[in-house]
Design a protein around this ligand. Structure first.
Ligand code: NAP
Length: 278
């Protein structure tokens, strides 16, 4: 029997590429997005149901899950992919921006999972694939809030992977490095209050590095990440974490082989960060 996957954040980047990957491998796909009325390509593909789901709107989550089950009888895999980066000096970031970052990257993932769990429990099977990041394991400056959401995704996913194992429900975590998507451009929510002059030089320096990084040819393509997601969905293993892309592999291997002191020291020297000397 054909399997069915529900994907959040399918309008762009990794989510969009995952729709194409699973569809081309013969799956049914529930491609969910905030503005399905703008979609002109995915809805021309066989076995793809494009439907509205805003992870901040619980009614839209329930409606998308119901529409998918109604069309194909069951959902086998949920790809919790919707998310974006909040960036800037912590003191500059408004309460509202913090709430939205958590609403999408953390509470949205909880709400989508909660909406599908009764269905998975009834089937005694099912899988959640949660998109974390290299940034769920290590951090860069000016991304404190984003990292804290991805660390939350890591901790949540690891804990429920024990909790749901006996119910036949699997959990997988995919950890990409930097990927060529809208993450560093349209989707980025950047804040800096220039009147906080203590931070200006630091913010300018780090943003220059970030922009160089997101423009560089060393970025992974979303296809590579979609391939890893497909492997996670189909390899039949109980493996929890999947590093996605060469950069992720390298940096996370270095992280696990080094002490805190050595790793953080290496990061500081690469970022040109020195301690204040009185
Ligand atoms: P992207 O191209 O910006 O895609 C982000 C997707 O999330 C878009 O479809 C966006 O929809 C959707 N989204 C945002 N808010 C939403 C909401 N409230 N409800 C539903 N969907 C919402 O970036 P991407 O790189 O593919 O990001 C996908 C995931 O990968 C994110 O979780 C991100 O944190 C993670 N990731 C990315 C990178 C990277 O370097 N690109 C690295 C590690 C992890 P709209 O089109 O409506 O805005």
């Amino acid at each position: 029997m054909r399997k069915t996957i529900l994907i959040t954040g399918a309008s762009s980047g990794i989510g969009r590429q995952s729709v194409k990957k699973f569809q081309s491998e013969g799956w049914n796909v529930i491609a969910t997005m905030r503005k399905p009325e703008k979609e002109v390509e995915l809805n021309t593909l066989d076995r793809v149901l494009v439907t509205r789901l805003d992870v901040q709107d619980q009614a839209s989550i329930a409606a998308a899950v119901a529409a998918g089950i109604d069309k194909w009888g069951q959902i086998d895999v949920v790809l919790n992919n919707a998310g974006y980066g909040l960036m800037g000096s912590f003191e500059s970031i408004t309460e509202e921006a913090i709430q939205r970052q958590y609403a999408v990257n953390v509470f949205g993932l909880f709400d989508v999972s909660r909406a599908v769990l009764p269905h998975f429990r009834a089937m005694k099977s099912g899988m959640f694939i949660n998109i974390s990041s290299v940034g769920g394991k290590i951090t860069f400056p000016l991304m404190s809030l984003y990292h804290s959401t991805k660390f939350a995704v890591e901790g949540f996913s690891e804990s429920v992977h024990y909790e749901w194992a006996k119910l036949g429900i699997k959990v997988k975590i995919v950890e990409p490095g930097a990927v060529a998507t809208n993450f560093g451009s349209r989707s980025l929510d950047f804040h800096h209050d220039n009147s906080l002059t203590d931070y200006n030089d630091f913010v300018n320096g780090i943003m220059e590095l970030f922009e160089k990084k997101m423009d560089s040819s060393s970025l992974c393509s979303p296809d590579e990440i979609a391939d890893v997601i497909f492997e996670a969905a189909t390899d039949g293993s109980d493996q929890l974490r999947y590093r996605a892309g060469q950069e992720a592999e390298e940096i996370l291997t270095a992280r696990s082989n080094m002490t805190d002191e050595a790793f953080l020291g290496m990061m500081k020297s690469q970022l040109g960060i020195s301690e204040k000397i009185d």
